[in-house]
Design a protein. Structure first.
Length: 106
């Protein structure tokens, strides 16, 4: 399994670089545990978190304040479930100043 992400700034029409992203895994009865971390590159991508191949519930935590001090959402958490660890999971975040959209790419 590979979880990857890309952040695009819809205001500027360009990739959002230098955003800190944390990958967490949910353990029932224990809560969230960090399993990976990265910083978006010049294309707004974190290509690999080095996470283990396991089904379960994951969360990407985006440090938007590190990208824009004017952001209404200084931190964005995206929670999703992986049922097939053999698949690829690219998660794209589209940013604007007062909102965001997220989707799973192909």
């Amino acid at each position: 399994m590979m979880i990857a992400t890309q952040v695009l700034d819809t205001v500027t029409g360009s990739p959002a670089s230098r955003i800190g992203v944390e990958l967490d895994y949910f353990i029932t009865g224990h809560g969230w545990r960090q399993v990976g971390r990265g910083v978006s590159d010049d294309q707004g991508r974190v290509r690999d978190f080095g996470e283990p191949a396991a089904a379960g519930i994951y969360r990407l935590m985006f440090d938007i304040a590190s990208y824009s001090e004017e952001a209404f959402f200084p931190s964005i958490a995206i929670t999703f479930e992986i049922t097939d660890p053999a698949e690829h999971y690219p998660v794209t975040l589209l940013l604007s100043r007062f909102g965001y959209t997220v989707y799973r790419g192909s």
